[in-house]
Every structure is written in C-alpha cells, then in structure tokens.
Design a protein around this ligand. Structure first.
Ligand SMILES: [Zn+2]
Length: 291
C-alpha cells in the first residue's frame, strides 16, 4: 500500500527511541555546553501536531517548485526561502500563537540543495527550524537550532556579510538624507499660513497644510525604515563570524565535517562543539526567542 507523504514522515517519528536519541544529543552533547537546558514541549510522537498544507496552493504561490508523484520530496524554490518562512510563521501562529521557543517543522519540503535542514540566522527573532523527512540525527537538529539562535557557519567568510552590511549602511545614509531634505522643504513654509496655496514650477499646486501633512507623513515613514535598517545592521554585525575556519577543519557544530554524508551521519561522532563566542551568541539569541 502506498503511504502518503505525511504518513511516511510520521511513521518515522513513531520510533520513539530515535526521538529520544535526538533529544539526548541536543541536551547532553550540545546545548549543555552553553549551560542551556532545553525543555522539549510536544516533542514526542503523540503530541506532534500535524500541519496540513495545500501543496498545489504553495505551488501556485511559487513557494514549491514541483512535486513529482514518484518522489516523497517536494522542493521549494531557491530564493523563495523567505516567502516559505513567512508562510510557516503565519501557519505556526495559527497553531501556537505567541509560543515562546523554537518551533521545529519536520517536513517533506526541501530546497534543491538542502543537506539536512534549514533555519534562518536573521532576523534574530526567527524561531522556525525546518527538518526534511528522514533526518533523525541530533546533530542536524542542534545545528539548525544554533542557526535559529544566531550562529553562522564557521566557514562562511565575513565577506558575504560585508556586502550586506555595506548595502545597509548605504540605505541608512539614503533614509537620513531623505529625512533631512524633506524637513528642509517643510521648513521653507514654516512662516506661511496653512491655507496659503503654493504654486510649484511643475504647475502643481499645494496648500501649506498639505505640504506639512505630506512632509511629516513621509518623514515618519522614512524614520521607520531608518530604525528598521539600523536594527538589521546591528543584528547582522552581531551574527557575523568573529573568526574564519576553512570548511571541515574543526569539530564545531557550525562546520560541515570532512566526511559529511547524510546517509552515514552518526549523532555520536559528528561535530558538536561550540566556540566561546558562539556560546555567548546563542545565550543572547535565546533571550530574544523567549522574549
Ligand atoms: Zn547550516
């Protein structure tokens, strides 16, 4: 008898022994290094909630690229990860509301080049981790949870973030400039009566009242963008790697080991250590998640 995709995933979860192994790894060979004691809520077979999604609908929205009937995997588009996260955040909100903690989706939805899991490092408020089907290795869970708490890969150079940081700094300059120019423009009419009509060189007319209202609204809007971008910049700087290690050169949880093979991955032998700065980062990230 053919199993549905959901049945396949949930069948694997019914093996509580595997699930206990995962929990043990996360708790006793992972987060304990950061003095974090995880509380596994709804992390056993009987309490796992099933989230039914309409894959056709996801496909229509471009979140899922294709579904092959012979495959148990669906793929989400590259570059659509953020949309998928937004979708999952809305869906989990329906299920868990304002749950404080990390939510793990065990799913059949893959990115084409995904290894074993996925999580967003930024925004730091992110608390969604995606684990594709068939992966029951504590390492994968710990690695993805660590991403969600704010850790980048140890082998990702700061260069990749440097580009983002430069763009953000530029945006901040633009927003500040816009605010200044708009304020200057509004100030030009500060001594005029609000009912006075101003004729502009492009033949448009506006009352001083309109100029003030539009100007202040725009300043407010630009200020909002400015505050957001300053916060993004701050977060990006915080999560940027302090040190760079070539891939497969450490036993760090955020490294990919030399013999990284998802088929032979063994929870007890793969990378699971943290650097001190990473410990401080995830402790900080946890505060945001639990806020
Ligand atoms: Zn990773």
């Amino acid at each position: 008898m053919n199993q549905t995709i959901n049945e396949k995933v949930f069948d694997e979860f019914s093996n509580n022994e595997k699930l206990e192994e995962v929990k043990d790894f996360i708790k006793n060979k992972g987060l304990n290094q950061a003095l974090i004691v995880p509380n596994f809520e709804n992390f056993d077979y009987n309490s796992i909630k099933e989230l039914l999604v309409d894959l056709k609908e996801l496909s229509k929205n471009g979140l899922v690229e294709f579904i092959t009937p012979t495959s148990t995997q669906a793929h989400f588009l590259k570059g659509k990860k953020d949309e998928l996260r937004d979708f999952l955040i809305v869906e989990q909100d329906k299920l868990y509301g304002s749950y404080k903690g990390i939510i793990i989706f065990v799913t059949v939805i893959h990115s084409e080049n995904i290894e074993a899991g996925f999580s967003w490092v930024l925004p730091r408020e992110n608390n969604v981790v995606i684990i594709p089907d068939g992966f029951f290795h504590g390492h994968t869970y710990l690695h993805e949870i660590s991403h969600a708490l704010g850790l980048e890969h140890t082998f990702s150079t700061t260069n990749s973030n440097d580009v983002t940081i430069e763009i953000m700094k530029k945006n901040i300059t633009i927003y500040k400039d816009n605010i200044e120019k708009r304020q200057e423009f509004v100030n030009r009419y500060k001594n005029n009566k609000s009912t006075e009509i101003i004729n502009f060189s492009d033949k448009t007319k506006k009352s001083v009242k309109e100029i003030r209202e539009e100007g202040n609204a725009e300043i407010k809007n630009q200020n909002k963008l400015l505050v957001e971008e300053e916060s993004n910049l701050n977060d990006t700087i915080i999560v940027s790697n302090k040190y760079y290690f070539p891939q497969a050169s450490t036993d760090n949880i955020m490294d990919y080991g030399k013999n990284y093979d998802t088929n032979i991955l063994n929870s007890n032998t793969v990378n699971n250590t943290f650097h001190k700065y990473q410990i401080l980062l995830i402790q900080d990230g946890l505060k945001i998640t639990l806020k």
